[in-house]
Write a protein that binds this ligand. Structure first.
Ligand code: PAF
Length: 306
């Protein structure tokens, strides 16, 4: 394991990326087009982030990760204040996953004139689900991701890929839309959710759960898997039963539980029969001090067999 090089400014990032790509381009005798993978993060890294970095490492010559706690995507100043900042441990994890370069800018580097006047709008898709309880959150996410993609984008011909977790399904759908709608020359790659032994999806916020809340939170993946098993066995998804399972848990305050189209995140029509096409079950709940989100693909048998 080697410690990745840390760069603090966008100018340093550009020249480090250019140098690394030039070295990669000549490594194989200069024949192939080199590839660059970007893994944007807010630090406080866990096994889910490690999976992103490893996916990027497996597919690219050069891997850059960014660590920046983006104030623009926090609605609650207290949430921003207490967000864990663990750069040393993050560098160890990124080094172990084989990341070459870490971009860890200051707030002044990212937003030199303070909060930006012009932002990327997440539109109607950004106003639903997570957006309904966190107004402006996805505009903040898209704005910083746009900046990170611009800064990291290779200046020479190269494959450029950016990696995001499928756990944040709405964020991933929005980033894909932004890249398509605004012609970003990056391939957006989704990486599957990483779960702990109790089924809970890895999240930087899990550290705030005491053991009682942690145990209670495990009802969320249980309810999701119960739904997915029904659907893969060819039964209609029983959303009401999944909701009831969560609502029995007194430490869990359910926000939403829904079945949506995996690409558009539009609610699937409530149909009493089995699903005719793959869906995505989305859930969000407050568990003690934290809000947790999770999701699971619902794949009907004809597709599951493919
Ligand atoms: O998923 C995250 O950690 C953040 O929303 C991201 C994509 C790094 C933007 O700040």
């Amino acid at each position: 394991m080697s410690t990745p090089r840390v760069v603090r400014s966008a100018a340093e990032l550009r020249s480090a990326v250019a140098g690394a790509l030039a070295a990669a381009g000549t490594a194989g005798g200069g024949t192939g087009v080199p590839s660059l993978g970007l893994v944007p993060t807010m630090g406080a890294l866990h096994q889910g982030h490690r999976a992103l970095a490893e996916a990027a490492r497996a597919e690219n010559d050069v891997v850059v990760a960014s660590v920046f706690v983006n104030p623009l995507q926090f609605n609650d100043p207290e949430d921003l204040r207490r967000y864990p900042r663990t750069l040393e441990a993050d560098l160890d994890l990124l080094g172990a996953a084989g990341v070459d370069l870490v971009f860890a800018p200051s707030e002044a580097e990212v937003y030199p004139d303070g909060a930006p006047l012009v932002r990327v709008s997440s539109g109607e898709l950004g106003a639903r689900y997570e957006g309904a309880s966190r107004p402006g959150h996805f505009d903040g996410v898209l704005t910083v991701v746009a900046k990170l993609l611009h800064w990291t984008q290779p200046a020479v011909p190269a494959h450029f890929r950016a990696y995001f977790g499928q756990k944040d399904a709405q964020q991933l759908a929005l980033i894909r839309r932004m890249a398509a709608d605004l012609n970003f020359p990056a391939e957006i790659r989704g990486v599957p959710v990483v779960r702990a032994a109790d089924g809970l999806a890895e999240s930087s916020r899990n550290v705030f759960l005491d053991s009682a809340h942690r145990e209670a939170a495990a009802v969320l993946p249980r309810a999701l898997f119960a739904l997915a098993h029904r659907v893969s066995a060819g039964h209609p998804p029983d959303l009401a039963a999944a909701v009831a399972l969560v609502e029995v848990e007194p430490l869990v305050e359910l926000d939403y539980f829904d079945i949506v189209d995996p690409h558009t995140l539009q609610q699937l029509p409530a149909d009493p029969g089995p699903l005719q096409k793959p869906g995505l079950a989305l859930v969000a709940a407050r568990v003690g001090p934290v809000r947790l989100i999770d999701n699971l693909p619902l794949v009907p048998p004809a597709r599951a067999a493919r």
